[in-house]
Write a new protein. Sequence first.
Lengths: 511, 72
Amino acid sequence: MSTPKGIWKIISASSVGTLIEWYDFYIFGSLATVIASQFFPKTNPTAALLSTLATFAAGFLVRPFGALVFGRLGDLIGRKYTFLMTLILMGGSTFAIGLVPGYDHIGFAAPLIVLVLRLIQGLALGGEYGGAATYVAEHSPASRRGYYTSWIQATATLGLFVSLGVILLTRHLLDPDQAKSIAKFNDWGWRIPFLVSLLLVVLSIYIRLKMKESPLFEKLQSEGTVSVNPLKESFGHKANLKMVLLALFGATMGQGVVWYTGQFYAQSFIENVCKVDFDQSRTILLWAILFGSPFFVVFGSWSDRVGRKWIMLTGMLLAVLSYNFLFGQLLRAAEVKNKIELPDIKQVKSTMSYLGHSGNALRTRTTVSYFTDGTQLTETSRDTLYAPDGSPRNLRPDIRQTVRLSSANYWMMVALVFVMIFYVTMVYGPIAAFLVELFPTKIRYTSMSLPYHIGNGVFGGLTPFIATLLTTIYTGNKLVGLMYPVIIASVCLVIGGLYIGHQDEPQGAEL
Amino acid sequence: MNHIKRIFGVLWLALGPAAVMYLIRTAASEIAKKPIVDTKIQWAVFIVVFIPIAVGMMIFGFYALKGEYDSR
């Protein structure tokens, strides 16, 4: 085991790289709308098809595949070089996305290149986490494994934090005039967060190159007991396969939906259902992450004393019981119908612009309403006025609402999202230690990576899509989307509670 | 406790095919409602990804039923 000073070097080197990988993965998702307008024009059906593939395939198909490819490599050639490789692939593909010319310049090649680069990102992410968690765990003293691996756990959420922060800063710093700055960001500034990745990755590669191989893997090598076929040993032998299935259905599946509901679906819900404006919906999440992140380490450390299982399962239980209430409160905080309007200062602005030489015109009407508590509601209505030539006239105007929250409601939302992040820290803080302890050293990288990426990537990653989909199928209830995480977390809770026993949770035992 | 674990095994065993059937029926109805490429790809990905997971759930249920997860 490493000395106290040595272990912090290992944790910082591993965590910085993993944080950068998550940052790289999230900036694509956070900038999906801008990227779609640059590379995947909706007018071209094939480009739109590639867009859908890029969104779905990278997160849900390629991540588990990356877990298998790199997990196998990590168990064959070692942890150090494998997760160095994933870092190079992730950083290289992220930087390259920032350089790809738009659809307007190189046509169809643009979405194709972006799709390939996004797939490489997904593949690399699938290989990174298992390596970093295994590497840190194999250096940690048995009695503090939960505490030390929880630093790796915090990196996923901090990666999201950094990506949101960099995007918000870049969006506002390109020009003193905010409207111009946002326009510049949408035009070319969105590339900056991708290009910045290169600096971070080079620094991280430099640090990781100086690291040594995991002592437990070196021991296997010196004894000549390295696995010959990690995939077969992980999934072909009943004794190990049953633990892989238990890890997936009794832990990572529930962890994944709680993780994605508390961070991604909450933000999407605040922006798209509560109609809170772009900046506020993101800064709410930033504050909540900032206040919540220390609890990853608190729960990781606590799991060394009380066990991993009940902390994770309590997080799931709390989420199942309170999601409806928490999301209901988010809706209430943004509602304006019970607020008192200040009609004297209501602003109405109407503009008209002609559309080419058709004679048709676009009328934009913006109404800004103010309320006594400081809330501001902006309603923008766009309506095409047709020239008298028999063109269609009965089309409905496109109406968009944006709410600017009062200070009290803003902080109320921060508190509600903080509670959700708190649940995330309960389910996610101890899980790396739980997973590494479940599998033997020779096939640990492979065995823990797959259930993690199916649980987190597939069950979790699909949360925003399925939840949103449910709201389009059952339109009467704005909270119906929560059915998905609640059902999945409930099933996981029952399986974890029933089947994970003391023999599967040997916290404090040597690996 | 071991008895309960085994009884629940039947539930997990049945949950796999039930989930796949529900998924396929919902996919067919949603694609029929909106037969565009985005809808087809989304549902195709859901089905392709969830079928192996459902098989995994069935294997898990089978192991539970056979007492593989019994406490010793």
